[in-house]
Design a protein. Sequence first.
Length: 135
Amino acid sequence: HDFAAQGNADWWPPDAAPLEALRPLVQLLPADAQPTTSFRAYAFTEVLLRLGDYDRAAQLGAAAHQRHRAQMHALQVARAAAALGDRPVCFGWLRAAASGLPAGALGQVVASTREFDSVRDDPEFAAALAGQPTG
């Protein structure tokens, strides 16, 4: 897929696609691939998260957030940071994701997100979800 194309051809890999089918496709892309639209960046970052490529997912998500300022990208970076064990970065990005959303809006989304399992019991996690400043 040409990430630099400006057309309307967005894609979404099937959620049920086996990782062994996605990995070779991702490996075909340049390491510095930067999708040009917010949706493409979101879809590609989701694939990277599924593959466990958390460093690349965090970098791509942060770049997409800088370009598009969408909470969904901030949440992806928080997921990657949590998976990498970086609590302060995770909580900072969770606060960015919660910014401007109604209280509790992210709770249901993160409830079943496995990357947050290691931080879920931390009181800072609940504060970050609520968009509260650091204690």
